[in-house]
Design a protein around this ligand. Structure first.
Ligand code: NAD
Length: 508
């Protein structure tokens, strides 16, 4: 064991101790609430150790959180935008001060490797700063004059909103939803995922410490089907910002329909990376490996289908297989680790089950497909070998279903038309990546792909003002920049007569 790992483990143990001592409850109206609901265990995917017990929010607790958010809304929306900006920058400062704690807790709760998570808290802080700076202008609208009327638009915050987040990179994703909601003037009730609830608590505490008034942000832990459902059904909640699986997204819409909730859904993906034979193949190889094996492949924008032109297929795939076989699976806190354990035993079983599915459908398991083992992998962890399926075709389950692990499916193609057809032949449409040296082709293919985000000759590099979101079963709505404010705010038009227009006379 490296001394660096020992040091990080000792630090992580220190930060985790509080969660082991006491059942994790909720934060409602600025106060810690123990929770009266059913309690569930939260185990670390690293070694199976009990990280603590978590109370699942009851309907009454969810209602209390929603009512607190409703009560706080009047004050929060009335604050000057510059004051909201100041407070949200303060949140970012506090996140930065506790960045190591957040990253270490997140690694142990999710299994994500330190190499990627060490920056997660800082990215969360950046989300707060980005939206903080836009808070003073969020209400601005258009002037739309006619000869008879002055029309102007303003945006106003919707009201209390629900935020429901998944387990894969919970801290960053929570900030991505909560920061714009607060900047817009909305208040929030957050329900994090039951498999990795710890850093949501740190975030909620940080926001209170930074000076957000009680009730502006509330946190309710719990199971999706009960606590989450209650949040989506509560009358006070005007909209739900959701990140998770596509089937759950459908449920959120249905549950919110009777109370006419606005929904924003960021859902699953089966994203293609298309490599043409005229591409810079060395850079393409780096990006292909990075975009499926980083973050354990538990990433909505991972490129889980590699479409590679037949003329370069054998050589490219041989090099790829060598790289995949050499990926370092290890303890997430070891800085050398490239792939950590998967989040939960159930998810690990699901991911591993695809090796048999691949064989049964006639594909080749070129690398991995089994549990990873080794003297330095703690017992009780959810270890899998990074996996490569080759000789696949588009109708196979490994080419259609979101596996959400370090698993890549390779499909050969002959020409541009076939590449586009295959890329679009899935229910999802979140992201698409393509590699080519031909500018015309780059644009043709980018426009033809059914996906909300396309990267050309690049891995996923985010720029916060740009729209983030998916087509088809990958979601509804866009986050990022002003797109986030369009979701969390209502646009109002005000028409003022200039005084001369004719008004139809009736009953004279
Ligand atoms: P999930 O849908 O199982 O759960 C997400 C959240 O929804 C959890 O907090 C869960 O408790 C809650 N939930 C479950 N059922 C609910 C219900 N009936 N009502 C209200 N809430 C409910 O997803 P997951 O397994 O936690 O996350 C993995 C999925 O998230 C993958 O499909 C991945 O692609 C997707 N994801 C998408 C994005 C994106 O931006 N598009 C980002 C990250 C993850």
């Amino acid at each position: 064991m490296s001394s660096e790992l020992d040091k990080k483990l000792a630090q992580a143990d220190g930060y985790l101790a509080r969660f082991k001592r006491e059942t994790l409850g909720h934060l409602i109206d600025g106060k810690s609430v123990a929770g009266q609901g059913e309690v569930f265990d939260n185990h670390s995917p690293v070694d199976g150790q009990l990280l603590g017990r978590v109370a699942s929010g009851t309907e009454a607790e969810v209602a209390a959180a929603c009512e607190s958010a409703r009560d706080a809304f009047g004050t929060w929306r009335a604050l000057d935008g510059s004051e909201r900006r100041r407070l949200l920058h303060k949140v970012a400062d506090c996140i930065e001060q506790r960045a190591d704690e957040i990253a270490l807790v997140e690694c142990m709760d999710t299994g994500q490797a330190w190499r990627f998570m060490s920056k997660a808290a800082l990215r969360g802080a950046e989300n707060f700063r980005f939206f903080a700076d836009r808070a003073p202008d969020a209400a601005n609208g258009l002037s739309l004059p006619t000869n008879t009327h002055m029309n102007y638009t303003v945006r106003q915050p919707l009201g209390p909103v629900g935020v429901i987040t998944p387990w894969n990179t919970p801290f960053m994703l929570s900030t991505w939803k909560i920061a714009p909601a607060l900047a817009a003037g909305c208040t929030v009730v957050h329900k994090p995922a039951e498999w990795s609830p710890l850093t949501a608590r740190l975030l909620a505490e940080i926001m209170l410490e930074a000076g957000l008034p009680a009730g502006v942000v509330n946190l309710v832990n719990g199971i999706g089907e009960t606590t989450g459902r209650a949040l989506t059904q509560h009358d006070a909640i005007r909209a739900v910002g959701f990140i998770g699986e596509s089937t759950t997204g459908g449920l959120i819409m249905a549950q919110g329909a009777p109370t006419l909730k606005r929904v924003h859904l960021e859902l699953g993906g089966k994203n293609p990376v298309i490599v043409f034979d005229d591409a810079d193949l060395d850079r393409a190889l780096d990006a292909v490996v990075f975009m499926i094996y980083s973050l354990n492949g538990e990433r909505c924008t991972s490129s889980s289908r590699l479409l590679v032109q037949r003329s370069i297929h054998d050589e490219f795939v041989a090099k790829l297989a060598q790289r995949v076989a050499k990926l370092r699976v290890g303890h997430p806190l070891d800085p050398r680790t490239e792939v950590g354990p998967l989040v939960h035993a159930r998810h690990c079983e699901k991911v591993l089950s695809y090796a048999d599915i691949a064989r049964a459908d006639g594909a080749t398991v070129a690398v991995g497909g089994t549990r990873a083992a080794g003297a330095d992998l703690p017992a009780g962890g959810q270890w899998v070998q990074p996996t490569l399926f080759t000789h696949a075709s588009t109708k196979m389950r490994i080419a259609q279903e979101e596996i959400f692990g370090p698993v890549l499916t390779v499909i050969p193609f002959d020409d541009e038309a076939e590449a586009i057809r295959t890329a679009n032949d899935v229910r999802y449409g979140l992201a698409g990546y393509l590699w080519t040296g031909d500018v015309g082709r780059a644009n043709r293919v980018a426009l033809a792909l059914d996906a909300g985000m396309i990267w050309v000759n690049s891995e996923n590099v985010r720029h916060l003002p740009t729209p983030f979101g998916g087509m088809k079963s990958s979601g509804i709505g866009r986050d990022g920049g002003d797109y986030s404010f369009d979701f969390y705010m209502d646009t109002k038009n005000v028409a003022l007569a200039l005084g001369q227009h004719a008004i139809a006379k009736m009953g004279v």
